[in-house]
Design a protein around this ligand. Structure first.
Ligand code: ATP
Ligand code: MG
Length: 394
C-alpha cells in the first residue's frame, strides 16, 4: 500500500492520538509539573534504552500539562551539545521559538527584548543574538531569570523544561555543577520558583553525570522507561492498522508482537515495512512475514552501530547466530548451550564471537549464571531473530 497513507511513523515523533501506554509514568511526570506550579520544585531523569520512547513520553507530557495544567512547556534537544554555554543558548532559543504558535509568544519576545532577530528564509523563525556575556549572566542568574520570565506570562502557572538527549553533556563538570547549583538555589531561595526540569538520556549518561557531581544522585526523581507490555504492543498495532483502515489476522498480530519485543521504535519500522509490502487493506499472513524480513534489513542499517551490523552479517558467525536465534526467545543464553549445537568447524569461532560482541557492547556477561550472556539492548537481539527469520511456528 502507498507509503503516504501509512499510519506508522518510523523515526518520527508520534502524533498524540497514536501514543500508547506509559500511564504510570505520565501520571508521575504530570504530578511533578503540578507540584512545580505550587512551588514544589521537581527535577526528574527519564532514562531507558535507545528507541524506547523517552522523547515521545516527554513530548506527550508536555502537551498534556500545557493543555490541562497551565504550564509553559519547552523541549530542548541537546544532541551533539557538549558545553554549558551552548546548552543555555539552545534552551533560550527554544523557549523563544517554541512559543511562536502559543498565546504567550509576545510575552516571550518582550522578555528577550532587543536580542530577538527575525531569521530563516521566510523570516518564520526567530534568532537570539546572544553575546558570551549574556550567556554567562544567564548561567549565574538562571533561577531568577526563569522566575522573571514566568512572571511576565499571564495565566501560566509553571515552566516545564525538558533537557533531552543530554548524552554529550553528561561528562561535563560545568553542566553537572550548574545543575546542582540550580537545584540548591531553588531549594534555599525564599522566593517561589515554579519550575520543573526533566533531564532525558540513557541510564549510562545519568551515571556519568553522577560520577562528575555525586550530589546529583539524590536530586533526581528517576523515571526508567521499560519495553511495552505484550498488550501495549497489540494495542499499538490494532490502533495503527485500524487508523489506516487495514486488517491483519490474529496470528499475524502475534507474530508482529513477538518481533517488536516491546520496542516502540521497532513497532514503527516493522509496521511500516508490512504496510508497504501489503497489496491491499486485507493484509495476508505471508505479507506480514515478508514485511518483517524487509524491516530487519532497514533496522540493521538504520539503528545498529555499523560495526555490530557488520559482525552480525558476517559469514563467519552465521551458524552461531542461527543457534542463538533458535533458542526460545529470552535475550539470554549460555556459552555451553550454543557450543553444544555447533559443528567442529564453528566451535573455535564462538569465543571470538563472544569477545567481539562484548567489546562492541552488543553482549554482556550475565551475572546470574555461569558462562551466561545477555543482550543489554533489545535492538541487537531482535535484529538477530529477525535476520535469521526465526519466526515462531515456522
Ligand atoms: N508511547 C508511544 N506510542 C507510540 N509510539 C511511540 C511511543 N513511544 C515511542 N514511540 C515511537 O518510537 C520511536 C522512538 O521513540 P523516541 O524517539 O521517543 O525514543 P527515545 O527513547 O527518545 O530514543 P533515543 O534514545 O534514540 O532518543 C518514535 O518513532 C516514536 O514515534
Ligand atoms: Mg530521544
Amino acid at each position: 500500500m502507498t507509503p503516504e497513507a501509512s499510519p506508522f511513523r518510523p523515526g518520527q515523533p508520534i502524533p498524540i492520538e497514536f501514543f500508547v501506554g506509559r500511564s504510570a509514568e505520565i501520571e508521575r511526570l504530570s504530578s511533578m509539573v503540578r507540584g512545580g506550579a505550587q512551588g514544589r520544585f521537581g527535577i526528574g531523569f527519564v532514562s531507558g534504552e535507545r528507541g524506547i520512547g523517552k522523547s515521545s513520553l516527554a513530548a506527550f507530557v508536555r502537551h498534556l500539562v500545557e493543555m490541562n495544567d497551565d504550564a509553559v512547556g519547552c523541549h530542548v534537544f541537546l544532541g551533539g551539545v557538549q558545553d554549558l554555554g551552548e546548552m543555555l543558548r539552545r534552551t533560550l532559543d527554544r523557549l523563544l521559538n517554541q512559543s511562536i504558535d502559543r498565546p504567550w509568544h509576545q510575552q516571550m519576545v518582550d522578555f528577550f527584548g532587543d536580542r530577538v532577530r527575525k531569521a530563516g528564509f521566510f523570516g518564520v523563525t526567530l534568532e537570539l543574538d546572544l553575546q558570551d556575556s549574556d550567556l554567562s549572566s544567564v548561567e549565574h542568574d538562571f533561577v531568577p531569570s526563569m522566575r522573571r520570565l514566568l512572571e511576565g506570562i499571564r495565566n501560566k502557572k509553571s515552566l516545564f523544561l525538558i533537557l533531552d538527549d543530554i548524552n554529550g553533556l553528561a561528562g561535563s563538570a560545568d553542566f553537572a555543577n550548574w545543575l546542582k547549583s540550580t537545584v540548591d538555589e531553588i531549594a534555599t531561595s525564599r522566593q517561589e520558583t515554579r519550575l520543573c526540569i526533566l533531564v532525558v538520556g540513557l541510564e549510562e549518561r545519568r551515571r556519568d553525570l553522577v560520577a562528575v557531581q555525586p550530589s546529583l544522585a539524590r536530586v533526581f526523581e528517576l523515571i526508567d522507561i521499560v519495553p511495552w507490555s505484550g498488550d501495549e504492543v497489540m494495542e499499538f498495532y490494532q490502533k495503527s492498522f485500524h487508523a489506516g483502515k487495514a486488517e491483519v489476522s490474529d496470528e499475524s498480530l502475534e507474530r508482529l508482537q513477538f518481533f517488536t519485543g516491546g520496542l516502540p521504535v521497532l513497532a514503527h519500522e516493522i509496521g511500516d515495512a508490512v504496510w508497504r509490502t501489503a497489496r491491499g487493506p486485507k493484509i495476508r499472513d505471508n505479507e506480514v512475514t515478508e514485511g518483517i524480513v524487509t524491516a530487519a534489513d532497514v533496522i540493521g542499517r538504520k539503528w545498529l552501530e555499523p560495526q555490530v551490523f557488520d559482525a552480525i552479517r558476517s559469514e563467519r558467525y552465521r551458524s552461531i547466530l542461527g543457534e542463538i536465534a533458535d533458542k526460545p526467545f529470552g535475550l539470554r543464553f549460555t556459552r555451553a548451550e550454543i557450543l553444544e549445537h555447533l559443528t567442529e568447524k564453528d566451535r573455535p569461532v564462538l569465543d571470538n564471537f563472544l569477545r567481539r560482541m562484548r567489546k562492541l557492547g552488543a553482549l554482556e556477561a550475565d551475572p546470574g549464571i555461569r558462562g551466561g550472556y545477555r543482550f543489554p539492548n533489545h535492538l541487537h537481539a531482535l535484529y538477530i531473530y529477525m535476520e535469521k527469520g526465526a519466526l515462531p511456528g515456522s
